[in-house]
Design a protein around this ligand. Sequence first.
Ligand SMILES: [Zn+2]
Length: 311
Amino acid sequence: MSKQPAVICLDLGGSFVKLGVMDAQQQLTILDQQKIPAQSWPDFTALIGRMIEQYQQYFSADSPLAISTAGIVSPESGEMFASNIPAFHQRNLNQSLGELLQRKVIVHNDADCFTLAEALAGVGKGHKVVFGAILGSGVGGGLVADGRIITGQNGLTGEWGHGPITLTEVDIAGETVRLPRQPCPCGQKGCLDSYGGARGLENLHRTLHHISMSSINIIAGWQQQDRQAQRTLQVWLQLVSQPLAYTINITGASLVAVGGGLASVTPLMNALNDEVQRYVLRSTHHPLVVPGMFAHNGGMIGAALLAHQTA
Ligand SMILES: [Zn+2]
């Protein structure tokens, strides 16, 4: 195998820029983190240039720049859709950053990058089709087949959090809970995103009990047998497990790697796996839904692996 150059890795979130390096042994080291100048393209590019310059001893002239970001990259035009980061919303980052920095730039959606990292080097290793389910503050996802990201027509493959898919009636322990299909910022009503991630769990608890509580406290209450929190989590598990089981049926994924904050709550992931196994057409002996290995920096690792693939 030819020696790969070190890869410069960036994670661009709504509030931060993280810089790292992936060495030839595919080990990621985080070097720096700064507040993102989210509103200004000149400030944004100046910061990226300064950060790379400051750590230049880690990189070589042929080191590509691999970027994982919360935005969506149009497979047709290469333009970013990142409305919460106006600095590069509707810009072609590959091209414009590449020209500015005189490097090859690879930019991809963070959920897709996370899924690639899990499929190639994490819990999905050895599986032909891996679905990455992000349960962070919202719900996102990505799909990898045969070690390649499936971007699809609009770069939206794996977005299982959107679409009119939530149940409006959930049966739990002799009770039928009725839920409204709530409007979603995507323009539809009844998206899983309204109830599915940490923000959704808080919304669900508020809808069911008229109490505002953090997702951390709701989950702690569930683990301490608090009746209201248990009711919320029973409903939540139904709402999330059915679309996830359906996603598994459609994609043929033999493993779902979960990322985002909720992935760190092991009992919740075990309960979600049990529910999903009830609803998939063919349940498995091995766990289907497991927390990913790269919950923190999976996006950067996946982006670097993608840079190797496209070298
Ligand atoms: Zn939506």
